[in-house]
Design a protein around this ligand. Structure first.
Ligand SMILES: [Zn+2]
Length: 635
């Protein structure tokens, strides 16, 4: 595996997940199976498994306790891959129950129905080979392999999104978090076992075996439960949060060079957790721990309290720590909302640079923007969750969504409010799930600002703006004209844009609103301007050029007083009136996807919109001098 070239092209996390998804995605439970499982709410799993570092063979049992949420339950259904044989299912009284295991799903017939709010308590004994996709380059629900760089063997799980059932009996439903999980693994005593939560005991057994007994009492989604088994050395450090000292427990390949190589990056874990705790709220799993467990795959996976990691570098360490808040503590409610995990985790890479290596942060955001703009179209939002390469698109779900979080921060224009909102999001959805609407609602409530247009153009919309700027200086006045063109279907990016104006002896940065395709402005500057830079702090996804043009002054001087175009009523039902333009201007009306719905001329400044369906539209008005683009809502 070529780590460096992999990184240059794709996000680690995305690269790994895309490869992984392509072969496993179609194995989700059917809707009937999901509805059977939604008859109960999982409270507790106790995994009790035998696993070696060089084999995908599993044997053991899993106890599940769940609360019945329907009036009466007589069949307990769960997912388990058909590679595994179910030896028996027993209830808490030791009574063996009848089970049918077919097509990766098991039906347990309960001797008598269990009433609402009562508990199901069953233990499933099984064994099998969990290697479901033999021959894959990397990744599977459960994999064994040897590190090409270090030569160490490891066996590890990686269940996102639907592969937990390849290695343990479970219910794969994002909105049913499991209140607590015990992970007990018996293995040869030269191995260590990494898992979620804290080690309660390590029990020596006969036959040179040892049992690691991990317990977690904090709610966790099914795909964030994990194990990693290898010959590890343990490297412990501590983070200090709110007066508490918390263990950072790293399981690094037992190899003389590995820890030495990665120690500088591992030692950034504590300051990252401390810094993120200041911004997002106290590290959500501080009662347990954080750690890394190495496994030979080309990425990282944000297993709760114990990231599985194949490549240890600054970005991936920051990304997976960020996921502990965004992904683990607050999990996407559906896979369509995956940007709430990956966009924020990607943004955490940037934030970690701001925190620990600020001079490198601008280059990171420029690289993110360039990746987004490597193609002209594409939105963060997607509908088709069967399109797996789209779901885990490095360009859109990671980079564009990360850039979008940066744009939200810019629109708020108030860092203490921005971080207060992220903290509030963590509080409101703590140990639960959230979707895009939940996030947007909270953002708008906390900021008292309507973010509909920001979401429409950057999140649902496609493409990016290019600003071509001409400027000139006459005496003590700077004249500037900015023309916006767009790369895709979003007809106008209605956005503030920063201009850095450099003059003899200094510079100043202004934020100017761009609510039309062409913006004219002038400002008094009594020093000689030498250069103008567009978006110098890399806030928005854009391209731009700025050039001095002596012809712009005098030609249309009246336009340097901002255009005064007004549209009303808005929302409208029958007619809209557009003032401040030629009363018989040409107009085009676009829908939210950029398709022309009306092409006509204004009649005495009026436009008939009665034929439009309700929704969001853009009206483009052109007269001899100007071109304006204004958003309105048809009721
Ligand atoms: Zn990620």
């Amino acid at each position: 595996m070529a780590f460096a070239s992999t990184y240059a092209q794709e996000h680690f996390c995305a690269t790994h997940k895309q490869k992984y998804f392509q072969k496993s995605y179609g194995k989700a439970a059917t809707s009937q199976q999901l509805s059977l499982m939604n008859n109960y709410d999982v409270k507790f799993h106790h995994l009790n498994l035998n696993i070696e570092r060089n084999s995908t063979i599993i044997s053991g049992n899993v106890r599940t306790i769940a609360k019945v949420v329907v009036n009466a339950l007589d069949t307990f259904g769960f997912e388990l891959h058909s590679n595994h044989t179910i030896d028996s299912v027993v209830n808490s009284s030791g009574v063996q129950l009848t089970v049918q295991h077919q097509s990766n799903f098991a039906y347990v017939l309960l001797p008598q129905s269990i009433q609402k709010d009562n508990l199901i308590d069953v233990t499933i004994y099984y064994h099998g080979d969990a290697l479901v996709a033999a021959g894959a380059a990397i990744g599977s629900g459960f994999t064994t392999g040897t590190s090409t760089r270090w030569g160490n063997q490891a066996t590890w799980s990686l269940s996102q999104p639907y592969s937990a059932y390849e290695w343990f009996p479970c219910k794969q439903a994002l909105q049913d978090k499991i209140d607590s999980v015990y992970t007990y693994v018996t293995t040869s005593n030269e191995n260590k076992v990494g898992a979620i939560g804290v080690i309660k005991d390590v029990v020596n057994l006969s036959g040179n075996k040892v049992r690691y007994q991990w317990q977690s009492k904090l709610a966790v989604d099914y795909y964030l439960i994990s194990i990693a088994v290898a010959k590890y050395v343990e490297y412990n450090t501590y983070a200090h949060i709110d007066g508490d000292s918390m263990l950072i427990q790293d399981y690094i390949y037992d190899n003389p060079a590995t820890l030495t190589t990665f120690k500088p990056e591992l030692d950034k874990t504590a300051p990252m957790i401390e810094g993120f705790s200041n911004w997002f709220g106290k590290y959500p799993f501080w009662k347990e721990k954080y750690g890394h467990a190495m496994a030979p795959f080309s990425g990282g996976m944000e297993h709760q309290t114990m990231t599985s990691i194949g490549i240890i570098n600054f970005s991936i360490v920051a990304h997976e720590i960020g996921h502990q808040w965004f992904g683990d503590h607050v999990t996407c409610k559906t896979w369509k909302d995956i940007w709430l995990n990956e966009g924020f985790a990607t943004y955490c890479e940037y934030l970690a640079l701001e925190l620990l290596s600020p001079s490198e942060a601008p280059a990171d955001m420029i690289a993110v923007h360039n990746t987004v703009m490597s193609q002209t179209d594409g939105s963060i939002w997607f509908e088709d969750t069967t399109n797996v390469s789209r779901m885990f698109s490095s360009r859109l779900t990671y980079n564009k969504a990360g850039a979008f979080v940066h744009i939200l921060r810019y629109e708020l224009n108030n860092d203490s409010l921005f971080f207060a909102i992220l903290k509030r999001y963590q509080q409101q959805f703590a140990f639960g799930t959230a979707n895009t609407a939940d996030f947007k609602t909270l953002l708008e409530q906390q900021s008292s600002k309507d973010f509909t247009q920001v979401f429409n153009q950057w999140f649902y919309g496609q493409g990016y703006p290019t600003f071509n700027v001409s400027w000139n200086q006459l005496n003590d006045t700077l004249y500037l004209v900015s023309n916006q063109t767009v790369s895709s279907t979003t007809p106008l990016f209605n956005t503030p844009v920063e201009y850095k104006i450099t003059y003899a002896g200094g510079d100043t940065t202004l934020r100017i609103m761009h609510n039309q395709k062409q913006v004219w402005f002038k400002l008094p500057i009594n020093k000689m301007v030498s250069a103008i830079a567009i978006d110098p702090n890399n806030w928005i996804i854009n391209r731009g050029t700025a050039a001095k043009d002596v012809t712009i002054v005098g030609l249309n001087e009246q336009l340097f007083n901002q255009s005064n175009v007004q549209l009303y009523p808005n929302p409208a039902s029958q007619q809209i009136q557009i003032n401040g333009v030629n009363p018989s201007s040409n107009v085009l009306v676009f829908d939210a996807l950029g398709r022309v719905q009306i092409s006509t001329t204004l009649k005495n400044n009026n436009l008939d919109v009665s034929s439009l369906n309700s929704g969001l539209y853009w009206v483009e008005v052109k007269d001899a001098l100007n071109q304006n683009c204004i958003q309105f809502i048809k009721q």
